[in-house]
Design a protein around this ligand. Structure first.
Ligand code: URA
Length: 437
């Protein structure tokens, strides 16, 4: 095959066939295809796009570049959830135990946080001893026994994506829908499963800034999932405001645990009920979404899924008592309160900045090498839409770093106070073949 011809074909907006895409990925991995050639084709894809078939072939070839999990030893319906990443997003830690409480299995690969977004693996590591690096046999054993397990996305899963992403990052080709969709879905589909619910975030704290862009990405990912024989749906959800009241690590695990016991914030409840509800429909456990969501609310009311989160953490070596004794376990040197300078209703306007602030006070890392302070974090005393009086505390920063006026200045830039009450839904739309009435 002549690589220059492939570039020309894509440059003219023609579709590449499976054999051509196989050649592209195999050649890139073996270094037969050089970075400059791959950059040229990535740019051609950026401008010309890819149709659903091409995107699915690309995803399939990327998956074949690395390790996959067949989960042959796991019995029953296997469900998974993926979020494109947000600030304060601890939904997976609520979703998985709830789904498991219905007898559905959740075997999940998760990543670490970088920059303004947190990562599930970092959050769980706030329980001393917990590890996401366990053998495949142990992973399957825990999924069968507890109903859920989460492991770290290792280096050997989809190495083609790692290599391509590094190149896209420096060639202005990250924000191409087929390239993002195949990158995300290749890592999702590397693990066997039946149902997938995607949470595509949109807004200031997300990768996609508009509903239109988020919808296109969600549709591309749903098509890939269907072509790989998954029962898949996607929610487009609002990341113009952070999710829940806690941003950090240990404090997010605690908020997830509290939510499982009926003490969660409204937005987190709404999102989780929808995600779990859709999974229950995919698994055929309920006929309508209304019935499924009612059953989820019942599980939360009866607190039956909270012990599953604890059992899972302990099964992977973690000490969950630190979450149960949170105040004693996660002390910080400094607490900074940011107050309202007038009365009105809080509206968060820069979730991205809030995520970076959490990182700066120790809860995240700017580079992969940095370590995380599990006790550092932000508590939103007031969430979007909540009423405040002048002088009320809007948010509390907890940090072991030296207090800096800059932290307060940054925090104040993340919200405004408006005169009129407002309500903003978390779920903007759902893309699914299911009847969601
Ligand atoms: N996340 C991914 O995993 N890949 C992308 O291309 C963008 C976001």
């Amino acid at each position: 095959m002549n690589f220059a011809e492939l570039i020309t074909k894509k440059k003219k907006g023609l579709s590449l066939n499976q054999a051509e895409i196989e050649y592209l990925i195999k050649g890139f991995i073996s270094n037969e295809i050089k970075d400059y050639q791959m950059s040229a084709i990535a740019m051609a894809i950026y401008f010309q796009g890819m149709d659903a078939k091409e995107t699915s072939f690309l995803t399939g070839e990327m998956i074949k570049s690395g390790k996959t999990y067949d989960l042959k030893g796991v019995t029953g319906f296997k469900a998974d959830k993926h979020s494109t990443g947000g600030v304060g997003d601890k939904t997976s830690l609520i979703y998985a135990p709830l789904v498991a409480s219905f007898g559905i299995k959740v075997a999940k690969l998760s990543g670490r946080g970088l920059g303004q977004t947190g990562g599930t693996i970092d959050k769980l590591e706030s329980c001393p001893g917990w590890t996401g690096e366990i053998s495949e046999a142990k992973f399957e054993e825990i999924v069968n026994k507890v109903g859920m397990s989460i492991i770290s996305q290792s280096q050997d899963i989809v190495p083609a994506d790692k290599k391509m992403y590094a190149l896209r990052d420096v060639t202005g080709t990250v924000d191409s829908i087929p390239l993002i969709a195949s990158s995300i879905m290749s890592k999702k589909l590397a693990i066997a499963g039946n149902g997938i619910i995607l949470d595509v975030k949109m807004g200031s704290g997300a990768f996609m800034n508009t509903v239109d862009e988020a919808t296109k990405l969600a549709q591309a990912m749903v098509e890939i999932g269907k072509n790989h024989h998954r029962n898949i749906a996607a929610m487009i959800t609002d990341m113009d405001k952070p999710l829940g009241r806690e941003i950090g690590n240990a404090n997010e695990v605690r908020e997830a645990y509290e939510t499982l016991q009926g003490n969660g914030p409204a937005d987190l409840n709404e999102l989780t009920e929808e995600a779990v509800g859709i999974t229950l429909l995919q698994a055929g456990i309920f006929k309508t979404l209304a019935e499924a969501k009612e059953a989820v609310r019942e599980k939360i009311k009866n607190k039956v899924a909270a012990p599953i989160l604890k059992q899972f953490v302990e099964a992977q070596g973690g000490d969950f008592s630190v979450i149960e004794n949170f105040e004693k376990s996660f002390k910080v040197k400094n607490t900074i309160e940011i107050k309202a300078d007038k009365s009105g209703y809080i509206r968060y306007i820069d979730t991205n900045k809030l995520g970076y602030l959490a990182m700066q006070i120790g809860a995240g890392r700017a580079t992969k090498e940095e370590s995380i302070d599990f006790a550092a974090g932000i508590t939103l005393n007031k969430v979007s839409g909540e009423k405040v009086l002048a002088g009320d505390v809007v948010m509390t920063l907890k940090t072991n770093k030296a207090v800096s006026g800059e932290f307060t200045n940054q925090g104040k830039l993340t919200f405004e106070i408006v005169d009129k009450a407002f309500v903003e839904p978390v779920i903007i739309k759902v893309i699914s073949d299911l009847d969601l009435k």
